[in-house]
Design a protein around this ligand. Structure first.
Ligand code: FES
Length: 597
């Protein structure tokens, strides 16, 4: 056993032989970012070893740190060999983070699947010894004209003491003829909407009666420990059923923890949550339900389930009202899931006349083209570069992240989140840097970095200095970082082109582009156009709408009509497999060009 000190967080604990610094940090609740789950790929778990012996640097670390950064390590690659003191820089900590819960206002008349009914029962007597279940059914029919077919088993288990405790008055949550929860009189029944992204999760607590969102939370998807993208997670889960259980368990644990926090914030109990809607991409959806995922990783990539599904929350391990249901919106295809349906629902894309495009940019980017009501979708593996992964000084969108830059000659203006001193660069900042470098001729059309007063060479690799940080290595964007960005943006642009071609349409004919998702909300559209990530359309045709998938989940939570509309969307939407388009590799390479195109 070795003793490890994490500073300045002030946490200390024992680390057994063979455990990495990251493993030890996790056990001690030091919230180190680890987007790749400890595979040495994301470069996010950077720490400095202040004192004590640790294992030698690995090849992946050599590629990250310069010779001068001798005590800098990736926590997942460093194994203590004695007592060690570690400094954790703020950019390596997960919190706080700019959340991705903002979205469109709910424009819907609430028509929730769960109805709260106040009831007054007649206390049983020797003359009328009605059982508690029949007594409740009669009260619901008498007071609300509600015919009950079933009372959930978990509700039955507590019905007798509860009715007596509340003096024969109660609030019953009734869903399609089933009593799913019983609460004290005047209980405000709540709903939970969850958008599970590959990297981030957005949770909303909603008043089912009014449709009002009471509070929300954004959190990291803990399944990242099983791989940073869905392919890695499909592989991890497919290798061993225990892995799949573990991935599901860690997700549900995080959701339950968040439900507790949200309930406390709303002054409610988790048992007041009588319904939930969950959306995510198909792999995430399957992992959450513990459905098989192996076939998602093999051509022709078919889902086990496309249709919408209702599951008892308790069967998934979710701690809500005893009989609450979780509704999962339908999927479209193996790589186009319920979150995409939710985005189309929220943006009302299907109802638009003319030609419109909606895209939700993330680790996986789904795009839908609507041509007068005919919808076609595509999914692009844009990777985690926009989350700051694989980028030398990349970080998530948290305070201190450089989010926007503007180059004027050799002067560079930077803007950080929260106006904090710069500690790294997030996706929107990276996009701006690339655009500014391209506009000012520091990058050529192939993405090659050319000479400039701010360009220097470090260990054979060119890099552009963003800002000096007295005494520490400056924050830079390297040639390698630009390459990572090119791959991400090429996937998106090729997806847009493939959709337009499938409709025999010129990109310039697209009348409106809706950009959704947390990253999409904060990017500078002009920068995205300048490097050819988005087509060169007039600026007024673009609209940034925040987390539309989360909004879609909330709509389906409070409106049965919107839930039905989601099913119509999933059935109507055609899907094309990007990797299957003719000349994919050649066209992908062409889409890497840093031109407006
Ligand atoms: S967790 Fe260490 S590099 Fe990703």
């Amino acid at each position: 056993m070795h003793t490890i000190d994490f500073e300045p967080v002030g946490l200390r604990g024992e680390c057994p032989e063979g455990e990495s610094l990251l493993g030890c940090a996790r056990r001690l609740d030091v919230d180190l970012v680890s987007l790749c789950g400890g595979m040495g790929a994301c470069r996010q778990c950077r720490v400095q070893v202040v004192a004590g012996p640790v294992s030698g640097r690995t090849a992946s670390e050599e590629a990250v740190f310069s010779g001068r950064e001798r005590n800098h390590r990736l926590a997942c690659q460093a194994y203590p060999l004695g007592d060690v003191k570690v400094h954790v820089p703020p950019e390596s900590l997960t919190a706080p983070q700019r959340t991705q819960v903002e979205g469109l206002e709910l424009d819907v008349r609430p028509d929730p699947p769960v109805r709260g009914c106040e009831v007054t029962l007649s206390p049983p007597s020797l003359a009328a010894p009605d059982s508690d279940d029949l007594n409740l059914r009669a009260a619901l029919e008498r007071g609300h004209g509600v015919e009950v077919d079933a009372i959930d088993y978990a509700v039955l288990r507590e019905i007798s003491p509860r009715l007596r405790q509340w003096d024969w008055r109660a609030s019953a949550a009734v869903r399609a003829g089933e009593v799913v929860a019983l609460g004290a009189p005047s209980t405000r029944w709540l709903g939970l909407a969850v958008d599970i992204g590959t990297t981030k999760i957005a949770c909303y607590l909603v008043d089912l009666q009014t449709g009002r969102t009471l509070c929300s939370r954004g959190l990291m998807n803990p399944q990242i420990a099983g791989g940073e993208d869905v392919i890695a997670r499909i592989y991890t889960a497919g290798k061993d059923p225990e892995n799949a259980d573990r991935l599901q368990g860690m997700l549900v644990e995080a959701l339950n923890r968040t439900v507790g926090e949200l309930s406390a914030e709303a002054g409610a109990e988790r048992t007041d949550i009588a319904e939930a809607v969950v959306v995510g991409n198909t792999a995430i959806h399957h992992l959450f339900l513990r459905l098989p995922v192996g076939q998602l990783g093999q051509s022709p990539y078919v889902p086990a389930l496309r249709c919408a599904l209702d599951v008892k929350a308790r069967d998934l391990g979710m701690e809500l009202a005893p009989g609450a249901w979780v509704h999962l919106l339908p999927n479209i295809a193996g790589f186009c899931g319920a979150d995409h349906v939710a985005m189309i629902l929220a943006t009302r894309l299907a109802e638009r006349e003319g030609t419109s495009l909606a895209l939700d940019i993330g680790t996986n980017t789904e795009i839908c083209l609507n041509v007068r009501g005919r919808m076609t979708s595509v999914s692009c593996a844009s990777g985690p570069a926009f989350e700051g992964a694989h980028i030398r000084y990349g970080m998530r969108a948290a305070p201190g992240a450089i989010e926007h830059v503007c180059l004027d000659g050799d002067r560079l203006e930077i803007q950080t989140i929260g106006n904090e001193p710069p500690i790294g660069i997030c996706g929107s900042g990276l996009l701006d840097v690339a655009a500014q470098l391209r506009i000012h001729g520091v990058l050529d059309s192939g993405g090659r970095m050319l000479a400039h007063p701010r360009v220097r060479e470090r260990e054979g690799v060119r890099e552009f200095v963003i800002c000096e940080r007295g005494g520490r290595e400056p924050i830079t964007v390297s040639q390698q970082d630009v390459r990572e960005l090119q791959l991400a943006k090429a996937a998106i642009r090729l997806g847009i082109r493939a959709l337009c071609e499938a409709e025999g349409l010129d990109e310039r004919a697209v009348g409106e582009v809706v950009v959704a998702g947390a990253f999409g909300t904060f990017i500078d559209i002009d920068s995205a156009v300048a490097i050819g990530m988005l087509p060169p359309l007039p600026r007024e045709r673009y609209r940034q709408v925040g987390n539309a998938a989360g909004t879609g989940a909330r709509l389906a939570l409070v409106s049965l009509e919107r839930r039905r509309e989601a099913e119509r969307i999933a059935l109507a939407c055609r899907y094309i497999e990007l990797a299957g388009i003719p000349g994919f590799h050649h066209r992908f390479a062409a889409a890497c060009a840093m031109d407006r195109g």
